[in-house]
Design a protein around this ligand. Structure first.
Ligand SMILES: *[C@@H]1O[C@H](CO)[C@@H](O)[C@H](O)[C@H]1NC(C)=O
Ligand SMILES: *[C@@H]1O[C@H](CO)[C@@H](O)[C@H](O)[C@H]1NC(C)=O
Ligand SMILES: *[C@@H]1O[C@H](CO)[C@@H](O)[C@H](O)[C@H]1NC(C)=O
Ligand SMILES: *[C@@H]1O[C@H](CO)[C@@H](O)[C@H](O)[C@H]1NC(C)=O
Length: 253
C-alpha cells in the first residue's frame, strides 16, 4: 500500500478497538490472549489485574522469536530508547496503548506485575495485525480488467496461523458491503493460504464496480473481530483502504 493510502486509512481509524478472541489462564499465573487489529487502528492491550499506579508494571515485547525482548515500560516508566516510543502510552489501568498500530506492531507482548521482589505474574497478548493491499502488478483499475486484493494477517512467528485458523476457529473472510461472504459467489476467485496467513480475492471488474467496497474480515463464529475495507474507484484510478473494527463485549474480562 502506498504511504498516502496508509495515512488516509490511519486518519479514519481512531475509533479503533480490537477484539479479544481467547483468554486462557495458564497454570503458573500466566494468562494468554489473542487480539486482532487492522493496520492504522489504535489498540489497547490489557494488563489484567494490574495494581493502581502501575509502578509495579513492566511491558515487554518480542516481534519475532529471534529478535530478543524489548522493554517498553519498566515499572511504569517509558523506555525512551524504543523506536516506537511516540506511539506508546500506558493507560490508567496499566494497559498498553498503541496509537495507529502498523504491521510492525504485531508480536508478543507481556505485562509483568511484580507482587514483591521475587514474585511476579505475566499476562501475554499476541497481537495480530491485518492488512489489505492491491496486487502490485495492476497498472490499470478499470472495467474489463482483472483485479486482485491480498489480505495478510501479520502474526508472531512463534505462533502458527494454521493453529489460529483450525483450533481457535478464526477465519479470513472476504465480504461485500451487504456483509455477504463472497466465497460462494462465482464472480470471485478466493485463494486462502492458512500456511501463509493470507487470502486473495480476484475478480474481473465490471462497470458497476466503481466505488464498490470489499472487505477482508477476521471472523470467529459469526462475529467480525476486525476488518479492512477496500474501495475501488475508477476516476483517477485511485483506490482507498480503511480499517474498520468491531468492539466485542468479550473485552470485559
Ligand atoms: C483478578 O483479580 C480477581 C479478584 O482479586 C481474581 O478473582 C481473578 O482471578 C484475578 N484474575 C487473574 C487473571 O489473575
Ligand atoms: C523518559 O523521558 C521522560 C521525558 O523526558 C522522562 O521524564 C523520563 O524520566 C524518561 N524515562 C526514563 C526511563 O529515563
Ligand atoms: C453482495 O453479494 C451478494 C451475493 O453475491 C449479492 O446478492 C449482493 O447484491 C451483494 N451486495 C452488494 C452491495 O454488492
Ligand atoms: C501469501 O503469502 C505468500 C508468502 O508471502 C505469498 O507467496 C503468496 O503470494 C500470498 N498469497 C496470497 C493469496 O496473498
Amino acid at each position: 500500500m502506498e504511504e498516502g493510502q496508509r495515512q488516509k486509512m490511519a486518519d479514519k481509524s481512531l475509533l479503533g478497538l480490537i477484539f479479544l478472541c481467547s483468554f486462557l489462564k495458564g497454570t503458573s499465573g500466566h494468562t494468554y490472549l489473542h487480539m486482532f487489529s487492522s493496520d492504522g487502528e489504535s489498540v489497547s492491550l490489557p494488563c489484567v489485574n494490574a495494581s493502581t499506579g502501575c509502578t509495579s508494571t513492566t511491558w515487554m515485547y518480542n516481534r519475532e522469536r529471534s529478535s530478543g525482548t524489548v522493554v517498553l515500560f519498566k515499572e511504569g516508566m517509558k523506555n525512551n530508547d524504543t523506536e516506537r516510543r511516540e506511539r506508546l502510552s500506558l493507560g490508567s489501568d496499566c494497559s498498553l496503548n498503541i496509537y495507529k498500530a502498523t504491521t510492525e506492531d504485531h508480536g508478543y507482548y507481556t505485562c509483568r506485575k511484580h507482587v514483591n521482589t521475587q514474585r511476579y505474574t505475566d499476562d501475554s497478548v499476541n497481537l495480530h495485525v491485518l492488512r489489505v493491499s492491491p496486487s502490485s502488478t495492476q497498472t490499470e483499475i478499470r472495467p474489463g480488467r482483472s483485479f486482485s486484493l491480498s489480505c495478510q494477517l501479520y502474526v508472531y512467528d512463534g505462533y502458527s496461523c494454521v493453529n489460529l485458523f483450525y483450533n481457535e476457529g478464526i477465519k479470513l473472510v472476504w465480504k461485500n458491503e451487504t456483509d455477504v461472504d463472497l466465497q460462494s459467489d462465482s464472480r470471485y476467485q478466493i485463494s486462502f493460504s492458512p500456511e501463509h496467513c493470507n487470502s486473495s480475492l480476484t475478480t474481473t471488474l465490471l462497470n458497476e464496480d466503481d466505488n464498490t467496497e470489499w472487505r477482508c474480515a477476521i471472523t470467529k463464529g459469526t462475529k467480525d473481530q476486525t476488518s479492512v475495507r477496500y474501495t475501488v474507484t475508477y476516476l483517477g484510478k485511485k483506490t482507498k483502504c480503511m480499517p474498520m473494527s468491531i468492539f466485542s463485549s468479550m473485552l470485559e474480562i
